[in-house]
Design a protein. Sequence first.
Length: 222
Amino acid sequence: MQDHRRRFLDLALRADALRFGEFTLKSGRSSPYFFNAGRFDSGASLAGLASCYADAIDSARADGSLGEFDGLFGPAYKGIPLATALACEYSRRGHDLPVTFNRKEAKAHGEGGSLIGAPLEGRRVLIVDDVITAGTAIREALQIIGDAGGIVSGIVIALDRQEAVDPSISRRSAAQTVATEHALPVVAVASLDDLLTMAAGSAALVDQHARLLAYREAYGSR
Ligand SMILES: O=P(O)(O)OC[C@H]1O[C@H](OP(=O)(O)OP(=O)(O)O)[C@H](O)[C@@H]1O
Ligand SMILES: O=C(O)c1cc(=O)[nH]c(=O)[nH]1
């Protein structure tokens, strides 16, 4: 497993951002695990997470699967601190990147509108979000960026849950579907497969392994 994948999963487990139990997802599906990026709630933990994103992006740039971009877009809400932390990480690495994010509800006073940060018009942006399940949040972000005249170069997420939206119709994951429909690269720092690999080799996660496997059997991509 690539170093940034393992590092990210270790950080997420230590921050309690990856939890096991019973959770209802945005799609309504019930899941035995949940990634809560909100638990990366300090400067140091966000910096550690941002370095995993940057390593995943740099690796995709190096192998040619991700093209050039000159800005970052973080969808509200959890994408906002993630894109911001990643911009700080890239600045530390010598690349100053503009960052933009949206409000879920448009502001009617002051500067108004629903976009904050660098203008998107004509800019090639990378969408930075926490997790993809059904792809609803990413589709919304694509629409917002397109409406503002931006050009999406790709999508980076911390965790690809590798789930089919409706397994009775297709076993393609939401990430694969978005990638094909929009001809865009989707880069994941880690995936459910990586979590399963880690769980299989960890005494602390051994109880979760069977439940995760059963969940992937029911809803996972193939
Ligand atoms: O692929 P999907 O099925 O869309 O699910 C994943 C999305 O769900 C969550 O967003 P949510 O809108 O719940 O919001 P938050 O960032 O405001 O917590 C999560 O942060 C992802 O963006
Ligand atoms: O599908 C979701 O809503 C979802 C899954 C997950 O693991 N984390 C999250 O924030 N949302």
